[in-house]
Ligand binder design. Structure first.
Ligand SMILES: *Cc1c(COP(=O)(O)O)cnc(C)c1O
Length: 461
């Protein structure tokens, strides 16, 4: 399997190179040169675990790059870290409403489903090449802990995660700072999340530093993350034995695009519901063809507080008939003028009838958390509640499966304010508040941060 860039000029690469590269050299995102078909129904029926389905579904995306038995072993290992035998169980929450619980991984958010596998893929590919990398990333909370958990046991990956001092919630911070692995550093920056992101960008733009440290990233535009997320769309639709509507609380368009890929591969997903919080760029696009940037407003579902939906680029490339030059032109203009223009006929062909969308503010999300607790006895987090609210408002004839993206205990204050009940942390994190923390503090200064990275993880080892 070969991969092409959505902007058309970067070299075609095989899976392992796409994995390590993240972003393409022309600024685009990698996608497979064609969408493979799902394994046959018989083959999927013969799988006895989620990990086996995962191995079968992702194998064609990897091609000959990694042997099938090695992919299977990595999937078994990755999904063995989940606390639920089903890995992504379905729970019924209404007559024709289900949620897919994506939060049974080590850090209680759906990013584990992809990153637990991606960490193992990194280690495998680096071992085959006898190379190492240093992953640097910025986080406001969730992504950092999922990335750290993904690579804490990797021999060939060091990781430095920058977070704004005082920014993340205490649970989020402790999930990063209590990991006692020699290859992990969580660093508090005296500054904002934007400062952290700027520092990471500046490290990548410093070519000598980037090459010396062999910098790498595992952000949400990495193709391997999307690939791993296609699997639970397949298992959800198969479990219900009929076509479904998939409802996804989303900001970056990453999770929902994975569903679109599963549909393109032949999974019985009839259509999609986009659920937005107040930062509703995607809902405005689906409903009114208006994709324009607006200032980010902080909400109770911070993982969807985004300005630009970076993974939308992959769907745009498809809408453009896979013309990279045209996609690049539209996106460069989008950054300049703050508005993406998609012709009405393309919107009609690709969006109408395939996607529906709704937006909910924090009060509506709180009311939905309360309703779900009263109606089903279930505590759900604000991201999931955004989804279930949209699923109820827009439900049609088909069963709706809403992606439950975080465990309620990850956002205890919002859940308690809405329901009066403070959700408990699962057993494996019950002593989180007693574990020793390890964190360094640095100023928001590029040379200090680069020194820090190079001293902690000397490249000459
Ligand atoms: C990252 C995240 C999301 C949004 O993911 P997208 O890639 O924007 O679809 C939603 N909920 C939670 C809890 C997350 O951590």
């Amino acid at each position: 399997m070969r991969y092409v860039s959505t902007r058309g000029t970067a070299p075609e690469l095989a899976f392992s190179d796409v994995l390590l590269a993240g972003l393409a050299t022309d600024g685009g995102l990698y996608v497979p040169c064609r969408w493979p078909e799902l394994p046959s129904a018989d083959e999927l029926d013969s799988c006895s675990t989620y990990a086996e389905v995962a191995a079968a579904v992702i194998q064609p995306f990897i091609g000959d790059d990694i042997a099938a038995d090695e992919i299977a072993a990595m999937c078994a290992d990755a999904y063995g870290t989940f606390r639920h035998d089903a890995v992504v169980p379905l729970v019924q929450v209404g007559h024709r409403q289900w949620i897919a619980e994506l939060f049974h991984g080590p850090t209680l958010a759906f990013k584990d489903v992809a990153l637990q596998l991606v960490g193992r893929l990194f280690d495998h590919v680096l071992a085959a090449r006898d190379e190492r990398v240093t992953i640097v990333g910025a986080t406001s909370g969730d992504t950092g802990s999922a990335a750290i958990e993904a690579v804490r046991h990797c021999d060939r990956v060091d990781i430095v995660i920058l977070y704004p001092r005082g920014g993340p919630s205490e649970v989020q911070r402790r999930q990063m700072t209590t990991v006692d692995s020699p290859n992990v550093r969580a660093v508090a920056v005296e500054g904002t999340f934007d400062d952290c992101q700027d520092l990471v960008k500046a490290m990548f733009n410093d070519s000598p530093f980037r090459e010396r440290m062999r910098l790498s990233a595992v952000n949400s535009i990495n193709w391997a993350r999307v690939m791993a997320q296609t699997v639970y769309y397949v298992t959800a639709a198969r479990a219900l034995r009929q076509p479904i509507t998939a409802c996804v609380p989303t900001g970056n368009f990453g999770n929902i695009f994975a569903g679109w890929v599963a549909q393109a591969m032949g999974a019985p997903i009839a259509d999609f519901i986009v659920a937005s919080n107040t930062n509703d760029i995607l809902t405005r696009f689906v409903n009114d063809r208006d994709m324009s940037m607006r200032p980010v407003v902080p909400t109770s579902s911070p993982s969807m507080d985004i300005l630009v939906s970076s993974n939308f680029e992959r769907l745009l490339f498809e809408m453009n008939g896979r013309q990279g030059a045209r996609t690049a032109e539209q996106l460069i203009r989008f950054r300049e003028v703050g508005r993406l223009d998609v012709p009405a006929d393309l919107h009609e062909r690709w969006i109408d009838g395939r996607f529906r969308a709704a937006r909910f503010d924090d009060d509506e999300v709180a009311a939905e958390m309360r309703r779900m607790y009263q109606g089903c006895g279930l505590l759900i987090d604000p991201h999931t509640a955004t989804g279930t609210a949209a699923a109820r408002r827009l439900a049609g004839d088909l069963p709706v499966v809403t992606m439950a993206t975080a465990h309620p205990a990850k956002f205890p204050d919002a859940v308690a304010a809405a329901t009066g009940v403070t959700p408990a942390l699962p057993d494996h994190l019950a002593d989180l508040f007693d574990r020793p923390e390890r964190s360094d503090v640095v100023p928001a200064d590029l040379s200090v941060v680069e020194d820090y990275v190079a001293t902690r993880f000397p490249p000459e080892r």
